[in-house]
Design a protein around this ligand. Structure first.
Ligand code: NAP
Length: 331
């Protein structure tokens, strides 16, 4: 295992933004991670875990510590190394006739990152299909197994994002998938896709459909500097929504529970803030999906943060809704 010095992080993030890490290591095994943590502890520097960098915004000043890129590979049954590519695994499961992950097709990132933000799409969240998560406790360098419940999953949220979860590094994820499953094609875009085609889809056809729908809406990470959806869709109180409806009668909502509803933020950005496709310097709102911010040139982390803040202020002023980034800031 080689610990490198002064490694540029911009190429390791899909935003293509970020300065240098003082130290960088590619961890292929659990022992590599342990060694890396010991190195950081000895040097009294902080460490940071990186998957494939598709959901982070790294500061242009860089990271004054050790970046540990998790590259643990291997699939044993349904236990998968944290460094495996998410969509390759989804593809493999679908080919093998295993139900559960098909709606999560095409999401960029690694297996190890999937529980952190409880990735979700088209009515499925990864929490629905996770059996357990194997983690390295970095305080005592011992492996532990966390149950689905231990992960305390929420909407694009989990225990791993909170202070008490920060000491754990995910090394493997074990999934629970079914040989005989039920397809979920309830989301509008998916339902319309199959209604137009006039077919009752197979497992593989649902994956293909999701890939096609996503292609039409989300930017291709190999062509654009972006971290996908920049903000979370806000969940607000029903009363607040009812008040907003008086002003904006066509504002959509989705029921969360008896007290709360989720609002598609893209609708607010398109219809109330009118910022669809708007560019500010090197940063812009993606024209096909306003939740996505794009680095159109040599955008800096500050430019992105400033524009994101401006958007959040505009949403707050016009609707009273507080929004928060889904993308993690690396300071
Ligand atoms: P969309 O399908 O237009 O949905 C926009 C918003 O409305 C989302 O908050 C979505 O909830 C909600 N929604 C739509 N139909 C719903 C239904 N039938 N029941 C409950 N809620 C519903 O969103 P999009 O931008 O085209 O994205 C497609 C899917 O990919 C969405 O599920 C989105 O959340 C997901 N996505 C996830 C990530 C990520 O995990 N980082 C990034 C990009 C997109 P949900 O968010 O709960 O689905």
């Amino acid at each position: 295992m080689e610990i490198k010095e002064k490694v540029s992080l911009s190429d390791m993030t899909s935003f293509k933004i970020g300065g240098e890490a003082s130290y960088f290591v590619l961890a292929k095994t659990v022992d590599d991670i342990k060694e890396a943590i010991i190195f950081a502890n000895n040097k009294k520097i902080p460490w940071l875990v990186l998957g494939s960098g598709t959901n982070i915004l790294v500061n242009n000043e860089g990271y004054d510590g050790l970046v540990i890129k998790i590259d643990i590979k291997g699939i044993t049954g349904l236990k998968v190394g944290a460094g495996e590519n998410w969509d390759d695994f989804v593809s493999q499961c679908v080919k093998n006739g295993l139900y559960g992950l098909e709606n999560l097709s095409g999401i960029p990132g690694t297996i190890g990152a999937s529980p952190v933000q409880n990735i979700g799409a088209y009515g499925v969240e990864v929490k629905d299909v996770i059996e357990s998560v194997e983690v390295l406790n970095t305080e005592c360098l011992v492996l532990e197994t966390l149950s689905n419940k231990d992960c305390n999953f929420g909407y694009r949220d989990s225990f791993f994002k909170r202070p008490e979860g920060k000491k754990y590094i995910i090394t493997h994820v074990t999934f629970k998938l079914k040989k005989e499953g039920k397809l979920n094609i309830e989301y509008k875009d998916v339902r319309n896709y199959f209604t137009e085609k006039g077919i009752i889809p197979s497992l593989q056809e649902v994956r293909n459909a999701i890939l096609e729908i996503r292609k039409g809406k989300f930017p291709d990470l190999s062509k654009y500097g972006t971290a996908g959806s920049f903000f979370k869709n806000p969940i607000i109180k029903k009363e607040q929504y009812e008040k907003l409806l008086k002003k904006y009668p066509s504002m959509p909502n989705y029921k969360i529970d008896e007290l709360n509803v989720k609002i598609p933020l893209a609708w607010i950005l398109d219809n109330i803030c009118n910022i669809k496709g708007v560019r500010r310097g090197n940063v812009g709102v993606y024209e096909k999906q306003s939740l996505v911010l794009v680095n159109w040139g040599n955008a800096t982390s500050d430019e992105v943060k400033k524009y994101a803040k401006k958007i959040a202020i505009s949403v707050k002023q016009k609707t009273g809704i507080d929004i928060e980034p889904e993308v993690q800031y690396v300071l």
